[in-house]
Design a protein around this ligand. Structure first.
Ligand code: CP
Length: 330
């Protein structure tokens, strides 16, 4: 792997290598001294054209734990407001010596464009591009799911996959790069993915995706998922009215306190372990998820955040500290 651009082209072997390396990085993160010297002298640039809390901070934390130098660039407050292009911004950062560029951009395909360009020699990591993909989010979600699924079946997470796990993703699929990256990655790892969303928030061509689609959240929960991932309504990407109003959305598609009691009865396939509840964040409490659900024992939302650091350490380590002569991307 030279870049990490998506999960749709990420092989099972590479996905498992990232997850297994993340297990090692998680062990480092639980030590008193949380640092490794692996990337000493290397520079990681966080190039963020869209807002972020979790992804930007965890990439910065991950790079610092690997002893890399970190440059944080936010389009807000930069010369982008004076009309500077992505090419000129990247070449400016390249001239300062970037070994990896972590890019979040509102345009789908921005990370791939950067990787294909001759603007930089740096490894490119997609931290979310428009409505296309958010690969490290899906990898940290997979790590969270695997840490629940494998031990519930008497197996260690390391080396394991998600074969047979039923994962339900609920909400604004249309605008969600998280949903797309999860569908491709979780399917690669053997999970059975289903989606529940209003018809207006499902993308065209959904029938070609390797998923089951539910048109009722209650019916989707009755199908006995092993994990439920709630998605945020992405109001910032909505130009029109996709549902009547927030209260109506919550009534039909929200993980309300009533639906939480249903979720609390679910157990992971053939075991007595409770089903898992995930949310990539940021959450709109009271809209797609109730406060009680977000704070329930089944919610793995803060575990997801912690796993984000481990996964991003693994990705930076694998991209920057090994010889990459195969020229492949993911
Ligand atoms: N999940 C996620 O990408 O969160 P941020 O937008 O805070 O990075």
């Amino acid at each position: 792997m030279r870049h990490l651009l998506d999960t749709s082209s990420l092989s099972r072997q590479d996905a498992l290598a990232i997850l297994d390396t993340a297990e090692e990085m998680a062990a480092v993160s639980s030590r008193e001294v949380k640092k490794l010297p692996t990337l000493r002298g290397r520079t990681v640039v966080n190039l963020f054209y869209e807002d972020s809390t979790r992804t930007r901070v965890s990439f910065e934390t991950a790079a610092k734990r690997l002893s890399a130098d970190v440059v944080n660039f936010s389009a807000k407050g930069s010369s982008v407001s004076k009309g500077e292009s992505l090419k000129d911004t990247v070449q400016t950062l390249e001239a300062m010596g970037a070994d990896a560029i972590v890019i979040r951009h509102g345009a789908s395909g921005a990370a791939a464009q950067l990787a294909a360009s001759d603007w930089t020699e740096a490894a490119v990591i997609n931290a979310g591009d428009g409505t296309h993909e958010h690969p490290t989010q899906a990898l940290l979600d997979a790590l969270t799911l695997r840490r629940g699924w494998c031990p519930a079946h008497g197996r260690p997470p390391r080396g394991g996959d998600l074969a047979g796990m039923k994962v339900l993703i609920v909400g604004d699929i249309l605008h969600s790069r998280v949903a797309r990256s999860n569908v491709w990655l979780l399917t690669t790892l053997g999970a059975e993915v289903s989606l529940a969303a209003p018809a207006t928030l499902l993308p065209k061509g959904i029938s070609d995706w390797p998923v089951t689609v539910h048109h009722s959240l209650d019916a989707a929960l009755a199908a006995d998922p092993d994990a439920v991932m709630m998605l945020r309504i992405q109001a910032e990407r909505m130009g029109g009215a996709y549902f009547p109003h927030a209260a109506e959305y919550t009534r039909r598609w929200g993980l309300t306190d009533e639906r939480l009691t249903v979720l609390q009865q679910l157990q992971m396939g053939g075991t007595s372990e409770p089903a898992l509840l995930l949310h990539p964040g940021p959450m709109n409490r009271g809209v797609e998820i109730s406060a009680a659900a977000a704070d329930s024992p089944q919610a793995k939302i803060l575990d997801q955040v912690a796993h984000g650091v481990a996964v991003r350490m693994a990705v930076l380590h694998l991209l920057l500290s090994q010889n990459h002569d195969d020229g492949s991307t993911a």
